[in-house]
Design a protein around this ligand. Structure first.
Ligand code: GLA
Length: 679
């Protein structure tokens, strides 16, 4: 699929910010649908995602079709000026499929059947499931391809089911044959000389099912690669059916945020529109799971999309799947929605339009909650609709980022096996800490694959890439040699793509770039253990989670370990290499120290916040000609402005500072200084 020849989010949005949510009218009597249309109009909704979980209604028994209700829904939407994001219902096969074709049901690692009665119960390798999925997809496209409400195809929902059944085993073997060509190559890649695991025929190979002790890590890694690919085959098969029948309609599937099960880079390549579901925790808006998490997911999604993207789902109030489910304090839905627009979203949608009265999600909020149109939630939904209406001019504009954080699902997957130096070290922890430090330092960053072209970035951060391919290592070396600044985190470049430890423990090319000679040992830290470091930027600093005993070979020591077995050994290093600079952080510094280090590296690379003097808790992002200011705190604040500017949301002009209320936001466009004015 050539993206330039395919329709985009802009074709669906038609110059507006898309606004709406999942709409499940089949859960309601038809008179309610008419009230829905009234309320959607009132709220400025222009997109409704329909049919996500409608398979049993559309195909009540094999081969039967019941489209009448959906005809009426789409006609109603169109008459109300609301576009349809029409879903293929293939995330939740009807009970008849599992009952008649039990082989379509997934099996877990122990071989136990995962039954119907919930959702997402399908084996991605099952030809029977795939066949039924493509038939209903084709029939939907044939029936609604020309419907004037149709704006976007939404394939399946949050793909993520893994399966260990015999059909999957056969599919896995075919995938492995393509990858390795020969059994010898597979045995070599998997290191089957260890523990007598050598395979003598393809038929012996199985998915990594429950075993007596630790499984082969490369088998596990390949099974994760395979599962992502098997699900992707399901997506592309449905996509191809849709593209063939409706070449003018873009296709998406909604990602779970920063989800381990799909190689998001590979998937995004195959979509016309990249969309994501995002549920930050309103319990602690400033905590790691609040605005910082939102920023990370949004940066990743924008980078996958390489342009505008769609926030397919968020919650207007509480979810129902956290232990304790908090509503969103007043202002937070607006703030987090505008944050998404700031970071490149051209569509803001919710799960779901009307809160269900039955089923597992009856206590999950909706845009119209149980309290109805008079509820606080719907008032905020209406207000947000008005705000988004004022931001139409922002659509299509690019987000400016001169820094990138490297992320690769293969590196993530390789860290998930047992038997590693520390079970406390997860892939996400350093990545999230580093991104948060950049976010708190007001530095906007993209995400990039380690093999991607990096020349456009003045600063590249690699928080934790345990596995790096030869191509990635060459890429990083070329980037620094050419003048880039690389900040590299610990336990990076340790394994090759087969999860084989590189000679010397860390790849020699990377050590040369970093100016590090020998990595003697890894010294992970326990829960609650903090390793003092020599002061950083004049302040006391500690490291957590990880330490390394390294010897520099050309790098300067920026901070050293203080006390304990590693007393005096280098902890943070900096090395001039070619025309660039490479930093190495062999521990996870405390948040203030990490901010200081990343800000220093960024400053030296001339990467700076969009405005000087930004208060803590304020996010500032440039998108096209607009500057978004977002206050993530309950306490009001004000942002000093270098020149007068006008707020697109309020129409107010600010001379010297922009006031931001509790969870307040402004979208500023600079103006020439007023006559006699400062600036
Ligand atoms: C996901 C799903 C939705 C719904 C929400 C609830 O994002 O896609 O169908 O279950 O979670 O938060």
């Amino acid at each position: 699929m050539t993206p330039s020849r395919r329709p985009s989010l802009g074709d669906a949005a038609r110059g507006r910010i898309l606004y709406g949510g999942d709409y499940n009218p089949e859960q309601w009597p038809e008179p309610v649908w008419h009230e829905d249309m009234e309320l959607m109009r009132e709220a400025g909704v222009n997109l409704a995602t329909v049919g996500v979980f409608s398979w049993a209604r559309l195909e009540p028994r094999p081969g039967a079709r019941d489209f009448g209700w959906l005809d009426r829904v789409l006609d109603l939407l169109h008459a109300s000026g609301v576009g349809a994001c029409l879903a293929t219902p293939t995330a939740s096969p009807p009970p008849w499929m599992g009952a008649r074709h039990p082989e379509t049901l997934p099996r877990d690692e122990t071989g136990a059947v995962v039954w119907y009665g919930s959702r997402n119960h399908f084996c991605a390798s099952s030809p029977v499931y795939r066949d039924h999925a493509l038939r209903i997809t084709a029939d939907l496209a044939d029936r609604y391809g020309d419907h004037p409400a149709l704006r976007l195809w939404h394939v399946n929902n949050e793909y993520g089911t893994a399966c260990w059944c015999d059909t999957t085993a056969r599919h896995f073997r075919r995938w492995l044959r393509t990858r390795y060509g020969s059994l010898e190559a597979l045995n070599e890649a998997w290191g089957t000389a260890f523990w007598s695991q050598r395979y003598d025929s393809w038929g012996e190979i199985i998915p990594p099912r429950r075993a007596q002790y630790m499984a082969n890590p490369t088998q596990e890694l390949d099974f994760r690669r395979f599962t992502s690919d098997a699900l992707l085959e399901c997506f592309t098969a449905e996509r191809d059916v849709l593209v063939e029948r409706t070449p003018h309609i873009p296709v998406t599937t909604n990602f779970m945020p920063f989800f381990v099960g799909q190689d998001g880079w590979a998937w995004a390549e195959r979509e016309d529109v990249v969309s994501v579901d995002l549920y930050p925790d309103p319990a602690d808006p400033e905590g790691p799971d609040g605005g910082a998490w939102g920023a990370l997911v949004q940066d990743l999604t924008r980078s996958q999309a390489r342009g505008p993207w769609l926030l397919m789902e968020q919650a207007a109030g509480p979810v129902n799947w956290r232990g304790v489910n908090h509503p969103r304090p007043e202002g937070l839905t607006r703030l987090w929605s505008l944050q998404a627009v700031a970071r490149g979203a051209d569509g803001i949608c919710f799960f779901q339009w009307r809160q269900s009265r039955q089923g597992s999600e009856k206590f999950h909020s909706g845009m119209v909650g149980h309290a109805g149109a008079r509820g606080r939630t719907f008032r905020q939904v209406r207000e947000l609709g008005a705000d988004l209406g004022r931001l139409a001019g922002v659509t299509g504009a690019p987000v400016t980022a001169r820094a990138a954080v490297l992320h690769d699902w293969n590196a993530w997957w390789a860290t998930l096996s047992a038997g590693r130096p520390s079970s406390r070290l997860t892939y996400e922890q350093p990545l999230r800490a580093w991104h948060r430090a950049l976010w708190e330092s007001h530095l906007t960053c993209d995400f990039a694959h380690p093999e991607a072209e990096l020349d456009g970035y003045a600063l590249v951060a690699a928080p934790h890439l345990y596995l790096l391919t030869d191509a990635a290592l060459d890429n990083l070396a070329a980037y620094v040699r050419g003048g880039g600044t690389l900040v590299c985190g610990f336990f990076t470049g340790v394994a090759d793509e087969d999860d084989r430890v590189r000679e010397g423990g860390v790849d020699a090319r990377l050590r040369t770039v970093l100016g590090i000679g020998t990595v003697h040992e890894w010294w992970p830290l326990d829960e609650g253990e903090a390793q003092p470091l020599t002061p950083l930027s004049g302040a006391d600093a500690t490291g957590t989670l990880w330490r390394e005993d390294i010897e520099t070979a050309g790098a300067e020591t920026v901070a050293a370990y203080r006390g304990g077995e590693l007393d005096g050994r280098p902890a943070v290093t900096r090395h001039a290499f070619g025309d660039g600079t490479a930093w190495y952080l062999s521990t996870l510094p405390d948040p203030a120290a990490l901010r200081a280090l990343l800000s220093r590296a960024a400053g030296e690379a001339d990467v700076r916040p969009p405005l000087p003097g930004l208060p803590a808790g304020v996010e500032a992002v440039r998108r096209g000609a607009w500057l978004f200011l977002l206050n993530h705190r309950r306490e009001p604040t004000a942002v000093p402005l270098p020149a007068p500017a006008t707020d697109l949301l309020t129409g107010r002009r600010y001379e010297r500072e922009a006031p931001l209320g509790r969870y307040g936001a402004a979208v500023l466009r600079g103006e020439p200084p007023a006559p006699g004015g400062g600036g």
